[in-house]
Design a protein around this ligand. Structure first.
Ligand code: IYR
Length: 222
């Protein structure tokens, strides 16, 4: 049945046994994903990165407005400019802008204002949220939509063997200026992308157990 600008959904229901195999595989893949702050300088295949962006661009969005722009930076001079500007903001953050309670919450990550990964990672992806469309048209649920696209992107990178970090030097206004983005766009995330450095370490952190993140409301259950 196809009518009124609609088409039939292409869908094949899998067997439950196959669903369980896929679910276990997906869970195990996600368990090995980590945010990385120490990158190898090795270049990455840009076509792989572009496919990850294509996959991210398939995310659902408010009224299908797709209110995102993915900027890919590999130019070393521009990466240096981004690092310098980000470190200036981060210096202000760590030296007073952040309340002590916030710094205490970050202590276990071992972060400071130094962001060498902004030059070392072979690609920086700057994800912008579009507050309005090119023709001034309205966009809806912008943060939700761009956040979902970012999640798709991070997941796609991981499946392709690349690592990243959801970096948010704050404020990120300098990114729009350095990349010449229109005033209707605001920087949402800065994601360095590449391979981990050979001696890369990550914080030894735990994830919340299932019972703490999921509450079930099932008929007949006591
Ligand atoms: N933007 C700073 C601080 C920072 C904030 C949070 I919330 C983190 O999860 C990690 C870091 C920085 O990148 O160092």
């Amino acid at each position: 049945m196809a009518s009124d600008g609609h088409i039939s959904l292409r869908y094949q229901r899998p067997a439950e046994s196959d669903m369980r195999v896929q679910a276990a595989k997906l869970l195990s893949e996600h368990q090995s994903r980590r945010s990385v702050r120490h990158f190898s300088c090795d270049p990455i295949p840009l076509d792989v990165l572009h496919d990850c962006i294509r996959a991210a661009g398939l995310a659902p969005s408010g009224a299908n407005k797709q209110p995102w722009t993915f900027c890919v930076v590999t130019d070393p001079a521009l990466k240096t400019q981004i690092r310098d500007a980000a470190e200036a903001e981060e210096r202000a953050f760590y030296r007073g802008r952040a309340p002590q309670s916030w710094l205490d919450d970050l202590a276990h990550l071992g972060t400071d204002h130094n962001k060498p990964f902004l030059e070392e990672a072979p690609a920086l992806v700057v994800l912008f949220a579009q507050n309005r469309g090119a023709n001034g048209s309205k966009h809806y649920y912008i943060s939700e939509s761009v956040g979902i696209a970012a999640g798709f992107f991070i997941s796609a990178l991981h499946r392709c063997g690349l690592v990243t970090l959801t970096h948010t030097p704050s404020p990120m206004k300098f990114l729009g200026e350095l990349l010449g983005r229109p005033a209707s766009e605001r920087a949402f995330l800065l994601l360095p992308v590449g391979y981990p450095a050979s001696d890369c370490e990550v914080p030894d952190i735990e994830r919340k157990p299932f019972a703490q993140i999921c509450v079930g409301y099932h008929a007949g259950a006591k």
